[in-house]
Design a protein around this ligand. Sequence first.
Ligand code: DX5
Ligand code: ZN
Length: 212
Amino acid sequence: MIIAPSLLAANFQSLSTDLKKIDDARWLHLDVMDGHFVPNLSFGPMVIEAIRPLSSQVFDTHLMVANPERLMDAYIDAGSDRITFHVEIDGDIQSLIDYVKSRNIPVGLSLKPGSPVSALEPYLPHLDHVLVMSVEPGFGGQSFMAHSLQKISALKALRSSLDASFLISVDGGINLGNIEDVTAAGADICVVGSSIFKAEDPQKALKAFYGR
Ligand code: DX5
Ligand code: ZN
């Protein structure tokens, strides 16, 4: 199981300091928000590019944007190692999956809490990962929605029945009190923002997730 700390919860006044605190993590989750697909703005390719030299982690970019195709090359060229966009966008999802793959970047689709797993089904054989949102996308620090656990198990079952190989990632509200349930349901990657970066000692908090 991989813990992917979410940069959204870091201190943007001193990103390089915060990045050092979590450099034991293999992945770094990067939440891009456009103020349109979600009611919040975060950062874009410039910030990804700026922190790229500071980290050798897998940059796991989560695009909460209405038109991911518009800046797809910029997100990739800035240093993203994996790309996730949302199945709820308007647009040709399969073409965009194919495009990201043509750039040799693993690609995944994300599912909002209100969207059914069936929305992902046509794409599952083509995906490297799926990202189950366990909070309404847009803000860190929200509470985990328990119904996400059924979605995780359903995706795990679909993975075996389809003989597919996508990883299952879960994003939002994960803490030391519920991570056991999340991994037991089938998560391969847990995105954790507040419970790491808002902890008094993020390095220790990250260790606690691994040391359970
Ligand atoms: C929410 C983001 C999450 C968020 C997770 O839109 O996609 O990655 O930062 O943060 P916590 O762990 O605080 O819910
Ligand atoms: Zn995210």
